[in-house]
Write a protein of this length. Sequence first.
Length: 840
Amino acid sequence: MEFHRGRSMILKEKERYLIVTRKEYFPLLFSFKRAHPNLSLKFIEKSDFFSLLSFSFKEDPIPYLIDEDEGVDYSLAKKFLHIIQIGDLSKNQKARKLYEKIPSDLFSYDPYGLTEIKRNHLLFLEMKEDFELHCFAKRYRISLDDIDISLADLGVSPNERFSSPNILYFPDKFTQYIYLYSHIRDEILSHPEKKDKIQIVYSDEADRFYMNFCSKLFRLPISLLSKRSLLSFPNVNKKAKQIFENRDFAISDEETDDPSLFSLKTLIQKYRLDQFKSFPFAYSNLLEILSDTYLKEEDAESGLLTTTSFYLDPETEYYVTNFKHDVFYHIESDKDALPDQELLKLGVNTSFAKTAIDSRLKLNYLKYNNIVLLSRVRQHLNEKLFDSEFIEELDWGKKIQLYKNDEGGCYTSSAEKIYLANQLDKSFYYKRHGDIRSYDHSFKGVEGDILPKDKPYYLTDLESYIRCPFAYYLKKVLPLKETDPHLRYNGTLIHTLCEHLFHKEYDFEKEWARAKEGYKKSCEKDSYPYGPYEEVCLAILHHRLKRIIPIFRTHNGAMHLHEIPNDSELSISFTLKGKEGTHYAFNGKIDKLVLTEYKGKTYYTIIDYKSGGESFIPENVFLGSSVQLPLYYYALKNVGLERMHSAPFKAFLEGSRFGGFGIQTVYASTAKSFFRDDSSSLLSENGVLANTKLRGLFLDSKDYYVSFDVTSVNLDEDKFNKYGGTYLSKGKLFIGEEEDCHDNFILSKENKKKKDFPLYNLHMLVEDAIQSMIQTIENIKSCKFPISPSPRRNLKGTNPKMSSCQYCLYKDVCYHDANDFKSYVKEIKQHFPTEKKETN
């Protein structure tokens, strides 16, 4: 900055000047003094000027001012202390009375103060609005003629940036500090000599967090103020709560080994808090004192300079992050110790005067500093509510720029990845999922039992927990609104179509009309619009299912079916016993219970229709997946069917063997590949059946297979052992239902005969399903919801690209990386060791 001898420069080389001003002007004045070595200049702060002529205190007098009977607490005493030092106490009895309470030996007087003032030419720099300074000087018979000067009187010219400020508004603090550090890093690399001449101006703890974060990201060390409120120390906060609960200020000598508690005890003794008659009054003072007392934690590291102050320093480049309302400039609230009328009599600044003083300081800060950037974070739709007052006063509205994606600056590789990830994340902000924008991968913020009280659990819901606990939280606990329910509606429609699939009088068009009506009712129930898009989707479904369902219907002629007139989905309920005698009630629905007969033997098979790509995977059961079918079997064996019209099933089940259970995929996304572009059939009837046959766990009995699938009789033995029948796959088998029936069905039929594999039977499978559901409920009750996506199909998968995130509805509200992916290959190997354990 250059200094000129501008309009009638008032300073003369032969004079001795004493300039009273705010400390914020000192750096600029030191630069001015270096530029004018022949001038005799001395600078003092306003408070030092008061001490020269009035008095100062040898120690803190506030303990003597706090008065319970007079209603003077700690904060009010602080305000009166300033009045006592500078005010005309003859004008106010209350202030005078408080002054007289201070012991005389606490006052310190400077006998040469007035002499020091008179031997210099006294000037007030940029203090024209300071009412109390002028009143104070006048009481000591100091002439106020030509005492006020401005920086312009010293020949200081405004910085050229003032006429064309760089004002930038950011959408959030993350973006603001990424931008800030990338440009500062670029500036330092281009001009290394500037590294000690750059300062970031910030406001609060949130800024400190982002500065520390970006410091590591951009490898730019920072120097942060390291003082901390005493109340924020954990042990002090805990002790303060104990004091309140016990109504006792005592602190033991052992406790004072902690420096923060030693400071607490010192303050209690200093302010004599344990001597007040009223505990509430004493305790409220304690909290005010603790909030107002700061301790230095550690020395700040050397690095990029940061500040919360507003010094005028022409040799520094400033990056301002808080150019907003009530900072530029601060609007003082009317919370003084006395009404304005009384303050004016005393000669003390009112809130109006304090606001004007800060306005002058902040205007000079903008005018004379080298400010590279004025910025803030947008906080409200009506942004003008949060604008700095200077935007209107200086007519800077047209100079405001809204931040756009920035490719400038200098990024480290880590910072670049974070920046690009953030930009990707922003692309989802305005979707209907866009309300959640911060991510705690441990997700420890939820407390309490979030499961519904006295309500049954649903297996299909709990099965989804292991796929990603955080997705379960979003969908089932919050829950977030489902933005695209079409998959759910399609699933319900397909289940409705299959309810009477094995009835002789089955009519596809009648069943379709019934299913479509249910689809519309679902839309109406969810307040979801039913329009042209839904009509087109249903038309496509109708076209394809009209060709697929008749192929399924051919199964009727290929099984020894024991037909039940009312065999629509069956509601079941059962209870599992958890830890410490806890009981958990479950509800579910069996899509189809098929009863078959052959050679005088009867069998029952549980079918679960799926419109997606789910599979039954026994290895997953002990982890909490693929549990639905084993637990439906458990319910039938141990509880039975509840609904009255299930009586025919009950009678049949009593003399029947369990044939198995499986999943039949009626219409997955792969069904599209069954048809050509012109919608003509691409696969033969057998081709469709090969892709949709029932797959699961079945009884290792040729008679059972024939009862369910007559085509099994004529199949070649090798082909049957490998593929099963036309309608029933042959992969995972069990020999019987008895607990001591040892056989391994986890592996293929060829491997199951080997003796070096562990034994795992149907009873073990069901027990694993029970325990995994109990554990899942316990995890949910303990609020364990980490972002931990698992493999989409088999939980022992190891490819993060094939995680459950692939088709997750909540990808735009969740941020995760490859490290979050959880494969259970280790757990599965431990549960199913490849070598048989030796027994004694």
